[in-house]
Design a protein around this ligand. Structure first.
Ligand code: FAD
Length: 446
């Protein structure tokens, strides 16, 4: 077994659960019809919408929080029904702990957090990689990251594929784990300067699941569930938010849905938004990333809790990276990203599970089938309430991040993970964006 730690690695962009009450928190007045007149409507009850609602509540600003789905938390969602132990469908790695309000709040509430470990096993064509091969991988990984970093530091708004070294036994592996597995995008679909400007951090886990923290934060907030905004009219004073449960009139609206939802046109703006804002919805585009979660009755990965399993990736770029025996639950998060994740999601859950099981058999043998308890696969890209995992700038689109944060007509405000300048793609960034935008709205209304 190859195991150890390597400081050059940047597994930190994703990377908690344990046996605790997960996803059991219900918001107040969940199914009450939304009030038809208020000061602020918040569209979406994910981390950003919840944080915005808390900020408005603290300032005594009347508001209505609507959510199209039948639960709060959005892309942070823990449930214990599938496996009998907490399973995070979305966010799992707690990042930027010192800046992430969920960390401080969670600790105060008594949730158990612990830092990610650096144990890993790497396989090459079915057999464990030799130490020479592992060294070669880390060298390649460093070279690829170095090229992207330099381009980013130079302000080059170009794709990693256009600057990173190519060719060689381990290049595709480094490309896969830096691109699809971390960013949810192939190496030609995001910008070096955007990547460079993202906040780096050490990963932590919350034993009860990341989604539990977010649901906990929203507990007790009045939320109208099953209430989808279909249009936002701003032709008169204030805004009129049309929903399947009636129209809500307000002085301002905070829209926290993903850029994928905004780009899809699911919410019509009347009159239309400025061209640059529309371009921002498309330019800060969603990546594709899914958990193919498998539960085993024994620690077949032999790394204890929270190890990592990687394998050599070939030109097909069909690959996964696994967080094994997460928090000792026996669940392996076998994660796929980029265009391969999109294709696999289309092929369906059984195909996704088969893909990983077959690869694992090749690495670990018959133990895989003997100890397999069951699996599931998430499908974030085809879900019309999300349309992907998290957003990053397409090559050439980096300036549009700033545009995304600009309010329109002093009454339409955007918040959410994609709006945070450097903690984008994270729950912490979404939370901070929600409270910051709410503060701006409070000032504007005053
Ligand atoms: C598979 C996966 C893994 C991830 N891993 C991590 C990780 O390890 N660490 C990390 O920090 N982050 C991770 N993320 C990203 C993180 O989950 C998100 O950045 C964050 O949760 C986004 O919060 P948000 O409030 O901006 O948006 P959302 O959570 O998307 O909230 C927006 C809400 O709007 C609702 N909505 C949509 N349309 C409408 C409408 N028309 N009307 C009303 N409501 C609507 C949605 O249902 C949703 O609840 C991951 C995401 C995924 C999908």
């Amino acid at each position: 077994m190859t195991s150890g730690s390597d400081p050059s690695r940047r597994f930190s962009r994703r990377q908690a659960l344990s046996l605790g009450a997960a996803g059991a928190v219900t918001p107040a007045l969940a199914y009450a019809a939304p009030a038809s007149d208020t000061d602020v409507v918040i569209v979406g009850a994910g981390a950003a919408g919840i944080a915005a609602a808390h900020a408005l509540r603290a300032a005594g600003v009347e508001h209505v929080l609507i959510e199209a789905g039948n639960r709060i938390g959005g892309r942070a969602w823990t449930e214990s029904v599938t496996f009998g132990v907490p399973f995070d469908h979305g966010a799992h790695w707690v990042q930027n702990q010192w800046r992430n309000p969920h960390f401080a709040r969670g600790e105060q509430s008594g949730y158990r957090f612990y830092p990610a470990r650096d144990d890993y096993r790497i396989f090459a064509d079915g057999t464990e990689a030799t130490s020479g091969e592992v060294d070669a991988l880390w060298r390649t990984w460093e070279n690829v990251e170095e090229a992207i970093s330099q381009a980013g530091d130079n302000g080059w708004d170009v794709s990693p594929a256009s600057v990173a070294p190519d060719g060689g036994t381990w290049t595709r592996t480094a490309w896969y784990y830096i691109g699809p597995w971390e960013m949810g995008k192939d190496m030609d679909a995001f910008s070096c300067v955007d990547w460079w400007n993202s906040a780096d951090s050490v990963d932590w886990y919350c034993a009860a699941g990341y989604g539990t923290l977010v649901a906990d934060h929203g507990a007790g907030l009045p939320v109208s569930l099953d209430t989808a905004a279909s249009a936002i009219r701003w032709d008169g004073p204030g805004v009129a938010v049309e929903t399947n449960r009636g129209t809500i009139r307000a002085r301002a609206v905070i829209v926290t849905v993903s850029t994928g939802v905004l780009a899809s046109g699911a919410i019509a703006f009347q009159p239309g938004l400025p061209q640059e804002t529309l371009e921002a919805f498309h330019g800060i585009s969603m990546g594709d990333y899914n958990h193919i979660a498998l539960r085993f009755s024994q620690d077949i990965f032999a790394m204890g809790e929270d190890g990592y399993l990687f394998h050599r990736v070939d030109d097909s770029m069909e690959a996964f990276g696994a967080l094994t025996n997460a928090s000792g639950t026996g669940i392996a998060y076998c994660d796929v990203g980029g265009s391969f994740a999109r294709d696999l999601e289309q092929a369906g859950q059984d195909a996704a599970i088969d893909f990983v099981m077959e690869r694992l058999r090749g690495m670990l043998g018959s133990e895989v089938d003997r100890t397999f308890l069951g699996g599931t696969a998430t499908a974030w890209t085809s879900d019309p309430l999300f349309r992907g995992c998290y957003a990053s700038a397409l090559p050439g689109a980096w300036p549009l991040r700033r545009v995304l944060r600009e309010p329109v007509g002093e009454r339409i405000f955007f918040a959410g993970e994609a709006c945070h300048p450097e903690m984008w793609a994270t729950v912490g960034g979404a939370d901070l964006s929600g409270s910051q935008v709410a503060a701006t709205v409070i000032d504007t209304l005053a």
